[in-house]
Ligand binder design. Sequence first.
Ligand SMILES: [Mn+2]
Length: 341
Amino acid sequence: MLTNKQTEQIKEELDNSQNPIFFFDDDPDGLCAFLLFYRYKKEGHGFVVKTHPKLDVRSAPKIEEYDADKVFVLDVALLDQDFIDASRVPVIWIDHHGPYERNKVKYFNPRLAKKDANIPTTYMCYQVVQQDLWIAMIGCIADYYMPDFIDEFKKKYPDLIDDQKSIGDIYFKSKVGTLIKIFSFCLKGKTSDVMKCMKVLTRIESPYEILNQETPRGKFIFKRYEKIKKSYDDLFKSAMKEFCKGKLLVFTYSDDKMSFTGDLANELLYKFPDKIIIVGRKKDDDVRMSIRSKDTLIPPLLEKSLSGLEGYGGGHEYACGANVKERDFKEFVERIINNID
Ligand SMILES: [Mn+2]
């Protein structure tokens, strides 16, 4: 987590900005980090980074276009130096991947101090703003992190968590889990739809507004979730029937419109905790994957299996993304099987 001094520094940056621009990763952790900052600041503009996992110079023109006086980069694994160099205003980067070496950026990453620290960006943003506990909870559980404010949350929202104790059970059996999916599905689909959902989420007053469809805007978010959930559930059902070879579960689907690889991989791992899960979506000539496991370190496995192939990958110890050419996918999977000890 952030030190008190770091928390103060970020708060000062936020307080001393009139028109910040926020770039955030397109998963619930990124979205919740943005929402916490925006709802505190009530000024500025937010953009989902769809050029996952990196933010590069292609997005830099937005800074001037929106006349921003500060840039916050949240939960984005890779920030190109080119982007930083192109910005004429200060860049503040809060993240929990890497870490990487960059110049001219205020970089807040707990992994700089402790290599294997894994604190969701949402958690750090909550340290700074200290409000919207329910949004902080959604982002943390979505990143498989049990926050130290769990008891406070239970007191305030007992019905959202039932008696679920483990992170997996909260994620897939409680209403917090439903909210994670609602937030995640807000990020799917057309950019204009995503922007509309984001805007609504900056104004929602409580989780019940969405869950119980108490207001038209809550209903709007919930209905959209239900619609997208149909496609998700179909894919999940197919994945459950998939090929399993030893420790590995591999499921691929073709590009219809939405990317569910992260969501599917998380839920499959919950169902099959002993497996290494690979969910891939074929797009253009690539297979874009989310890889999960409970106790096998993925980054070294990826590095060994990708060497010599056209592809790349990375992320956290037990949750990674990777990309290989479709023609190399079979070879890649075979290598993974051989490299699991
Ligand atoms: Mn994250």
